[in-house]
Design a protein around this ligand. Structure first.
Ligand code: MTE
Length: 319
């Protein structure tokens, strides 16, 4: 079991929320709790039958105070290969994805397998805002105010058995809605995986929204994983299945190019990708293509919280 110690959560200077900001957030949370202006999480608009976009959330202790990437960049510069290979494809082609009704099957080595609808998942635990640094394996990064709760809240509900050593995350695989599935760049469905202790770490987020609203389709609606100390491709989108297994899952990227994408894929400036350095990154919306790049931080700046998960491992070999 993971024990949360205060030292393990000592924040970086850039991660300490100034008083003005948390007071403002507290006011928002109180307004939401009092039902002022903000609708309930996941509420369905009576008239249109469409889900409300607003997703109220309480402040959390897991925020970087670095400048947030503009909403426009977060929602128009995306990797979501099921909707095309170019960064601009998902915002153009994911709009028609039907995210209601939506169910997620939670199965495998668990005492209580279950299939949960999105409305139940939205109510499973209190929504928190988590402002995380995100680092893509391709060398760019963003700072995104996600909304969700720790995946551990869901894991507790299904009561994993002793055989559950890893968790597999499976994305929707529907060629009628996802034009990118025609491409053979990956074996579909998109599959990712975490070791059980990584999945249970409080930073690992099951996300339903960003910037105060439900997730736009191109960002992985209606729910996705967010693992901020790993390269972005570990954070799989539009989940339909979460499976608890004994053996390390064969993930999509590891299967297509094992020498380039390992199972762990922890952000590590000291371990280069075979075709490029991982020492620096370009912050989207901030550092121009020709501008100075910033240094990539070990475990994306979350080493104080998660380095303990990898004690004794050779991170060059188990990359
Ligand atoms: N999930 C699925 N199902 N399909 C994908 O192609 N791309 C990954 C990850 N999750 C991907 C995915 C990659 S490479 C990145 S960098 C992040 O999503 C991008 O998330 P964002 O578009 O919300 O920034």
């Amino acid at each position: 079991m993971l024990i949360r110690t205060p030292e393990a959560f000592a924040p970086l200077p850039s991660d300490i929320t100034p008083r003005r900001v948390w007071q403002q957030r507290r006011r928002l949370v109180q307004a939401a709790a009092a039902g002022v202006a903000l609708p309930a999480a996941g509420g369905v608009a009576a008239q249109s039958g469409k889900p409300e976009r607003k997703l109220p959330a309480q402040a959390s202790a897991f925020n970087t105070m670095e400048k947030q990437t503009p909403y426009k960049d977060v929602t128009s510069y995306n990797n979501f290969y099921e909707f095309g290979l170019d960064k601009g494809d998902p915002v153009r082609t994911a709009g028609a994805l039907k995210t209601r009704p939506w169910t997620v099957s939670i199965e495998g080595a668990v005492g209580k397998p279950m299939t949960l609808g999105i409305e139940d998942l939205l109510k499973l635990a209190p929504m928190e805002e988590r402002v995380y640094r995100m680092r893509c394996v391709e060398g760019w990064s963003m700072v995104i105010p996600w909304i969700g709760y720790s995946l551990s809240a869901l894991i507790r509900k299904v009561e994993p058995t002793g055989q559950a050593k890893f968790v597999e995350f499976v994305t929707l695989n529907d060629s009628a809605q996802m034009p990118g599935l025609r491409s053979s760049v990956l074996a579909w469905p998109y599959v990712e995986g975490l070791r059980m202790d990584e999945a249970n770490h409080p930073l690992t987020l099951l996300s339903f929204g960003l910037y105060g609203e439900l997730l736009p389709n191109q960002n992985g609606a209606p729910l996705r994983l967010v693992v901020p100390w790993k390269y972005g491709f570990k954070s799989s989108k539009s989940l339909v299945k979460i499976r608890f297994v004994e053996k390390q899952p064969l993930t999509s990227w590891n299967r297509s190019a094992p020498q380039e994408y390992g199972f762990y894929s922890n952000v590590n400036p000291e371990v280069d990708h075979p075709r490029w350095s991982q020492a620096t990154e370009r912050r989207i919306g901030e550092d121009g293509f020709l501008g100075r790049k910033r240094a990539t931080l070990m475990l994306n700046g979350y080493a104080d919280q998660v380095a303990g998960l990898y004690t004794g491992m050779d991170l060059r070999r188990q990359f």
